[in-house]
Ligand binder design. Sequence first.
Ligand SMILES: [Zn+2]
Length: 257
Amino acid sequence: MKFQLLPSTFDENGRASARQHLACFVVDDLVAFDAGSLAMATTDEQKKRIRDVVISHAHLDHIAGLPLYIDDLFATIKRPIQIHATAEVIEILERDIFNWSVYPRFSELRNDHGVVLEYRPFEVEKDFAVKHLNIKAIAVNHKVPSVGFIVSDGKSTFALTDDTAEMNRFWEVANEKENLSAVLVECAFPNELDELACSSHHLTPKVLQKELAKLKQNCPIFVVNIKPMYVEEVSRQIKELNIENLNILEVGKIYEF
Ligand SMILES: [Zn+2]
């Protein structure tokens, strides 16, 4: 499986910065997990192919590019964009984003080819298919309803959790899988901001270390979703954990899982 974190934030030379504001992961140039920079950073080829977007939760940094993506493609979409999310998240998107005030309610609009947006609700702990991927969503521990994912293409499987604090069920399900190819887990704040991390339901390197003790898989582990202002500090503290196979996921790089 091809896995890529799309860039969303740039340095003064216009190059992708390690300080990323938005989360959007693309698998096989076909399925997006979260849509932070979906409109802004996809290639033309990805724009032609990606019609399925799987959403972990409705925080802005995970959905910012979604309304813009549908807007960009509105006239040309032949197969509607499918938003895969829990019923709770779909309700939030319809109420707070696609509400005619913040952005048009695309679910009620059509172009020359038909509808442009369809919701595909999924339930946690139940497998569902998106294109060639089999996915299971697991509820995680964030400030709002949020899920992590176990994703398989039949050959390899990875586990991805976006924003979360301490959790157990996600690790249990990840441990049930044979030979995970990769685990991706957030670590938003440095250790010094543990109170803020706790109240906003995020991880610090110190807490991440405890979380990773629950993982019984020997595979590469990548840290994602570090708050942009703390990238250097969190990266240093992650390195100091001295955990084999633990690295920060590089922006834009194409990984093969
Ligand atoms: Zn969040």
